[in-house]
Design a protein around this ligand. Sequence first.
Ligand code: BGC
Length: 368
Amino acid sequence: MTALGAAAALVLAACGGEGAGGSSSGNEGSAPEDLTIGVSMPTQTSERWIADGENVQEQLEELGYEVDLQYAGDDIPTQSQQVDQMITQGADVLIIAAIDGTALSSQLQAAADAGIPVISYDRLIRDSENVDFYVTFDNFAVGVAQAESLVEGLGEGGPFNIELFAGSLDDNNAFFFFEGAMSVLQPLIDDGTLVVKSGQTDIEQVATLRWQQETAQKRMEDLLTSTYNDGSRVDGVLSPYDGLSRGIITALQNAGYGPTTDGGAQPMPIVTGQDAEIASVKLIADSVQYSTIFKDTRDLAEQAVIAAEAFLDGDEPEANNTEDYDNGVKVVPSFLLPVETVTADNIQTALVDSGYWTAEEVESGQAE
Ligand code: BGC
């Protein structure tokens, strides 16, 4: 047990209660089929969340648990309502990937009052003490890896014109990704190797509400007209998520970047990404997008399941990070998984050999 877990257990013991995440979930000895895990996912517009939901569900069902899996269509009231319902229907553990990390406080209070442990999945739920555990990837490392691949793709020389994109400001991860990336890029901006020609370098200026592809496409179009209408070119784009990368790439292609049928084209800028979505993996194989960051959602699902089982057994899940994820009220004990950069060079080893995508899926750009 971690020091933090021990402290929490002590406090709970002192209160004599069965609070969420406490040493007694009240479920010890119950058969798995008598226990229900509520799994709340943000959206089905992105493959990764579909895979996350399916993986968590499958792994829990294999162990015999009942699973209540809900997707909220990226709509905050829908997610609040779904979580409320899971609580009233007697969920024994909640696994939640929030749309807006600050919007679930009252649901989490209700969960705590009912003694239901809450596992924050991939995205940290903020401003609530009732988050018992956090399973995620090393989000700062994601940003570092994105920026390092951007710099690698640009190659020697410079100065290079780049533009920056960030994720949704209501998603705590967006800040980790951006800060990780800027830890690599800022020194190169300072020494003149990289030039953010638009001057837009604050996360507030470059954020993309709800991670929407169309929003990123529109911003890239606006940047091309406002900043690159003087004969200059964009050499690279930091994009934090494959969906945004595809919007950015569409804007660039519409403006004449990338190979065209008549051959007379500007080379496509180096564009990064995240999630190894199949459409983007194909773009990488075709040398249109440069890189993505692979986060194996099967492993994340497994960690969520391990944490859920620990709570159901009346234990504390084992954390490997008890420092970095302060949700505004407390540092949430976390389990962080490693990430891997994928370029055209290692699609086969990272994604196909690991069974994440088949060679046919990479070829077609579509999940089967
Ligand atoms: C996840 C990313 C994902 C993004 C958009 C983030 O919270 O960590 O993997 O690309 O949301 O769905």
